[in-house]
Design a protein around this ligand. Structure first.
Ligand SMILES: Cc1ncc(COP(=O)(O)O)c(C=O)c1O
Length: 380
């Protein structure tokens, strides 16, 4: 039997490819975006406690109510914004599932979705598999600044959704208030849905404020915000996340969500809810990761790589144009095979493989790993 692929050009993703190569060559792996240190003991204990105290059957479809209340409290505390835990917050199997479900709930054949590239790799396939078309807006190193006139020129009657992501994977840049105001202006009086991927909301440096879509009244009315506890609490393998949106959007989301995963791992939800009772569990993240960024950048300050310090997320991009003319994929592979360090070439996350000669390094790693990585980078 032959079946026409819905995603003919999609192969193994770059993160899997680079990690496999890193393993083969026993390289230090700063390619994939996850920590190499344990999930907090207190949180593990709370999840275990939930497991041993009656949280082993299905959670409610929208998520454990204590967790939805904890999420609602967080939005009140950080942004002074209200999300109704009954109707406007749903717990998901990581941010990825929330993103996929949002896209499949709203995108129909020939709908257009604006995405900013380089971009995290799950947006485009989700749009395509649902019959939509992505309209890419390519941003450039080193600042990855948005030209809002260009964005306005790409909006048409077919534009159904705009996907944004700040703090940004892979560039480590953040959007400022002005960007959000521009987005609010160009979407005003339209039916465009904004999907604001805020998984790195608690990882932002140098005293900058995270510009959540919920802070802008007209954006809040049209936005889904997606978030990931895996990123926030150092346990990406648990795959627990959530999304928030006004009830008229969330009603539709839940119609699809309930027949997709229905609900996600219950003891983890209860454990996370109890852990979040102390806001320091997420408020402390900025300084925790800023120390790692600063350590990494100090250690490589004499290397031949050029950089602007990351402003958010746990990624640092390094410009290698003073070292070689090689394209970024070839250079990233050579770094693994010859020098023993793995990174992500940004061209593979860009439109038409645009290559600015930059590589992404994840610094959510122990001090020893960052030191060993810096020793290698300093020799290149
Ligand atoms: C920008 C962005 N969005 C979403 C995700 C996925 O989050 P989760 O692991 O919770 O599915 C990631 C993971 O790397 C990410 O970087």
């Amino acid at each position: 039997m032959k079946h026409k692929s819905k995603l003919p050009i999609v192969g193994t993703n770059i993160f899997t490819e680079m990690s496999a190569l890193a393993k083969k060559h026993n390289a230090i792996n700063l390619s994939q975006g996850f920590p190499n240190y344990p999930s907090p003991q207190k949180l593990n204990d709370l999840v275990n406690h939930a497991m041993n105290n009656g949280y082993n059957q299905y959670a409610p479809m929208a998520g454990n109510l204590d967790l939805r209340l904890a999420i609602a409290n967080k939005y009140k505390l950080l942004y002074n914004k209200a999300y109704d835990p009954e109707k406007e917050i749903t717990v998901s199997a990581g941010a990825t599932q929330a993103i996929y479900t949002i896209i499949s709930t709203f995108i129909r054949t020939n709908d257009e979705v604006i995405i900013f590239m380089p971009a995290y790799d799950c947006y485009e396939p989700a749009v395509k598999v649902n019959g939509g078309k992505t309209i890419p807006i390519q941003l450039s190193a080193p600042d990855y600044k948005v030209n809002w006139e260009e964005v306005a020129s790409k909006i048409s009657s077919k534009t159904k959704m705009i996907i944004i992501n700040s703090p940004h994977n892979p560039s480590g840049t953040i959007w400022q208030k002005d960007d959000m105001l521009e987005l609010q202006k160009i979407t005003k009086d339209t039916d465009i849905i904004v999907l604001s991927d805020e998984v790195y909301e608690h990882i932002i440096f140098d005293g900058e404020q995270h510009q959540s879509a919920c802070l802008f009244e007209d954006l809040k009315k049209r936005s889904f915000i997606t978030a990931s506890f895996g990123k926030t609490f150092h346990n990406t393998g648990w795959k627990i996340g959530y999304c928030c949106a006004p009830d008229y959007l969330m009603d539709e989301f839940r119609k699809v969500h309930q027949f997709n995963v229905f609900s996600v791992h219950h003891p983890s939800q209860k454990g996370i809810a109890d852990y979040m009772l102390d806001p320091e569990t997420y408020l402390g993240l900025n300084s925790f990761f800023q120390q790692k960024r600063d350590l990494f950048l100090n250690l490589i300050s004499e290397s031949r790589f050029k950089f602007k310090p990351s402003k958010g997320a746990y990624f640092q991009v390094l410009d290698y144009s003073d070292i070689t003319d090689e394209n970024d994929v070839d250079f990233a592979k050579r770094l693994i095979k010859t020098f023993g360090i793995a990174s992500i070439p940004l061209s593979v996350l860009s439109h038409k493989d645009k290559d600015d000669q930059v590589l992404r390094f994840c610094f959510a790693k122990t001090e020893d790993t960052l030191k060993a990585a810096a020793d290698i980078l300093n020799k290149i």
